[in-house]
Design a binder for this molecule. Structure first.
Ligand code: HEM
Length: 397
């Protein structure tokens, strides 16, 4: 294991990563393993072995409640509103520490497993229609979101309109909790309103068939996490799945030379596995250190923020040979951490791969005998997410 050095980074490192992720990751892997951003006690962890050991370590908590309430107190929010928010925040799974009973987690995982069905005729038909004209197709703004909405609605057991509203409300909640430094009274009202409406929408699905009713059944009515678990499943599904679906298509088609890339692949899933390593949809896992937590040789203070950059770990040359090459054959043996690691490992990883493979098959069917290639693409200019905002494919001869 290489020796870990601990360095103070200039504050603009994160913007440098945003501007040129590839170059910065490559350079930082070679130079240093662990950083402290000047004056902020924020650790940025890039090396694969440190990301893996940190995510496993329960002293790095994914619960940001404490920091959140310090912010609230700082802005003088009234006690009543604070108590109400605490109830909402308490149940926000992504920021909770793992439930005490493993049974709870197993039941959610089983419910997810049981929902693995082909998303249905409607989604496939949407793709066929989109390709009927043979015109250039914008995958990211038309075909894939329409397909995913329809697929997810059938998996969840609700209508497309209900699913769209659930995603919208979940995003409102998510935006409220992530990266917020300033909290105003009006935000609290909007947040609680969104939370209530979402709860009503979810409860209205009882008695139907699908993932939401299954989850409602598997969690007892007095479990305070009953609604929030499902909320976080919805909020967590949309963008990363869309990101992986489209980046898989991007890689699958852009290396085309007569055949598409995965025509020659040992398994279609390898395409999406390597895409999730190469263009990791969620680039970061956030944690807060408990007092006395140590990472490798570094002592952390309680409240230190730690950014585990899983996008960088997935390109660590000590683990991945020629990490900047897209290689299908890495396949299932790959040690990638795109879906996290340890107690918070993604509950929907299996479902995400299934959705991506099904989408690809529907897409190929929609293309008919025509061959398609990538005409243009644009990655979103953000640090935390690796997602295509534009992917236009055109028929090639
Ligand atoms: C390509 C798609 C996806 C990617 C890249 C992804 C990635 C991740 C990552 C990196 C984590 C760990 C977060 C952390 O440790 O802080 C995570 C957790 C989680 N994911 Fe996913 N996810 C995807 C799809 C899904 C889907 C489809 C679902 C549900 C249907 C889902 C549900 C969850 C949940 C509930 C957690 C939290 C688990 C916990 O905290 O114990 N994800 N996901």
């Amino acid at each position: 294991m290489p020796e870990t050095r601990f360095a103070v980074l200039p504050v603009d490192t994160l913007s440098a990563i945003q501007e040129d992720r590839d170059a910065v990751y490559a350079e930082l892997h070679d130079e240093i393993d662990l950083f402290q951003i000047e004056g902020r006690r924020s650790l940025v962890v890039l090396a694969h072995h440190l990301v893996v050991s940190g995510l496993k370590n329960r002293s790095f908590r994914s619960n940001k409640r404490e920091a959140f309430f310090r912010t609230l107190a700082h802005h003088g929010i009234q006690d009543a509103a604070r108590a109400a928010l605490e109830r909402v925040y308490d149940g926000w799974l992504m920021y909770m520490d793992p439930p005490e009973h493993p049974k709870y987690r197993t039941e959610v995982a089983e419910a997810l497993q049981a929902s693995r069905t082909h998303p249905g005729q409607e989604a496939s038909e949407l793709v066929s229609q989109a390709f009927a004209t043979g015109e250039p197709q914008s995958i990211t703004s038309t075909v894939s979101p329409a397909w995913l909405r329809s697929a997810m609605a059938s998996i969840m057991g609700c209508s497309v309109v209900e699913y769209e509203r659930m995603v919208e409300l979940s995003k409102t909640l998510l935006e409220f909790f992530i990266g917020r430094t300033q909290i105003e009274e009006k935000d609290i009202g909007a947040t609680l309103g969104a939370y209530r409406e979402l709860g009503e929408l979810l409860l209205a699905q009882q008695g139907r068939n699908g993932l939401v009713p299954l989850l409602l059944e598997s969690l007892s009515a007095d479990d305070p996490r009953r609604i929030p678990v499902i909320v976080s499943l919805i909020a967590d599904t949309w963008e990363p799945v869309l990101a992986l679906m489209t980046s898989g298509v991007f890689h699958g088609l852009s290396k085309q030379s007569g055949e598409t890339l995965c025509d020659s692949a040992p398994s279609l899933e390898y395409l999406f596995q390597e895409s999730s390593r190469y263009d990791t949809p969620f680039q970061l896992c956030n944690r807060v250190a408990e007092a006395g937590a140590t990472l490798d040789a570094v002592d952390c203070q309680g409240g230190d923020r730690v950014l585990f950059v899983i996008g960088a770990a997935n390109r660590d040359p000590r683990i991945f040979e020629e990490p900047r090459e897209f290689r299908l054959e890495r396949g299932a043996r790959s040690k990638q951490v795109s879906f996290g690691h340890g107690p918070h490992y993604c509950l929907g990883a299996r479902l995400a791969y299934d959705l991506c493979c099904t989408f690809w098959n529907d897409l190929r069917e929609g293309m008919g005998k025509r061959r398609y290639g990538v005409a243009s693409h644009r990655w979103r200019d953000v640090l935390g997410m690796r997602i295509l905002d534009e992917l236009v494919i055109v028929p090639v001869t």
